[in-house]
Write a protein that binds this ligand. Sequence first.
Ligand code: GLY
Length: 578
Amino acid sequence: MRSILYKKGISVFLFLSLFVAFVPVGTNARAALREPARGRHAMVASQQELASKIGVDIIKKGGNAVDAAIATGIALAVVYPEAGNLGGGGFMLIRKANGEVHAIDYREMAPKAAGRDLYIDKNGNLIKGEGSSTVGYHASGVPGTLAGFDLAFKKYGSGRITWRDLIEPARQYAINGYVLSNRVANLLRSYDKSLSKYEESKRIFLNGGHFYEEGDTFRQPDLARTLERIERNGAAEFYAGETARMIAADMKAHGGLITLDDLKNYQAKERTALKGNYRGYEVITMPPPSSGGIVMLETLNMLEGYDIRKMQSNSAAKYHVVAEALRRSFADRAEFMGDPDFTTVPVAKLIDKKYAEERRQSIDLKKASSSVKVGHGDIPSGESMDTTNFTVVDQQGTVVVNTYTLNDLYGSQVTVKGTGVLLNDEMDDFAARPGKPNMFGLIQGEKNSVQPGKRPLSSMTPTIVLRKDGSLWFALGARGGPRIISAVIESVINVIDHDMDIQAAIDAPRIHHQWLPDELLYEPVGFSPDTLNILSEYGHKFTERPGYVAQATGIMIDGKGVRLGAIDARGDGEAVGY
Ligand code: GLY
């Protein structure tokens, strides 16, 4: 299938740089109108080519998509340390070739010593710098990545691949190093101020303050030793072994919160995946503690009431209704969503078509609403910066979409002494001060307040879409905080309503609206002044500067069963198939 963009021969994108979640991620130009990567048997699409290759090699060795996803995830912790991780957490959505669906939640958990007002000073203001929810030893939730991978491996791996097979390729890159690109060398340098505050991070990631240059070989011997212990002792090494003791000791030495008990008590959980549909196509996605799935399905349900195809892909009319639907779903996110183990989330109501119909009533096709007036929906009581996504499809047709994160790039900026492991700053995905914005400007309510053992609300949106005959059509996810949700929704619409292939769908220009602040974010490339003028006439207020809306990776199965892999034009990576 050729995209509409292809058909019209519109030369659109030369994405010169990426600003996701307020961070310049360097210059990475990708040409316009790209064909997706093709593979007759299997495909891995991740944000680092070396990691994608490792995943494909696992499949060639007899592993399935789950094995490949785990190997890719472990590799990203070494070759993509800004977001790939052992010290973070995320979500893995699996659909086996036989149609079984599994949703693994390995989101970080608040340590036992954490509480509602942890990040508020005696004057009621948010604490900044060390002690805050965004940087330093207080910012980390108990990491979930290895627990999640362990669960997935034991329950859904092929059984033909060993744990060691999954870790060893990453360990080799940690020992022998890999060559730094210009983008990554620049990115590391741009984090000088924050990483320098932590001696271990400065030593490893800033070359002791001398900085790395493009073309340098980046080696991580501490991380290699950690991986060697994990290879030998399993994931338990991270939660109860020497690595756990090193994490707890470093935390204690710096007034941090995570204890050995917190690590021992961490559990990855299986959740029931959310299933909805858009124009008759089944959409499978992540339930709470990610808000991503609910917000996506609620938004798609609202959009189903419009003839989006007729509006055409780049029109002001379409961006307007998408923004208005997002405005309403994000208002509901702020009010109703949190960790389902701690609070009741009215999931069924929020993804109900009738509810969407009610929410849609207040959308004026020619006038932007006011976010303050829109507020959240009427639901009777009783009933969550930088992240990375990868998508894998194997020969049998099992698909895995995995989104995991350290939250901000390089997480809390803290590297645990002697381990090479960067820790997350996921505590900022809680409402540090309910009713006040977090680092993404997101307002959140009491349902997402900090409580010991609770998981912060996420925006990660791993998603699988089926054809009407129930077979796998495409799967995708994204990085970029709350913008993830908009990126996934707009890509789904681009395929279903605008007949785009997965590459064109992901590359097409996007907008983002998250209710508050009451601003519409549009991308620096792909929006004509005419479109923006119409949106402005409708009453939309734009963000001060345009910015990119997340980065997605996805895979589509074409009519002949060929796996088509796509990496977002806005960032790095490679889809590798065979
Ligand atoms: N840390 C970003 C998210 O989970 O949404």
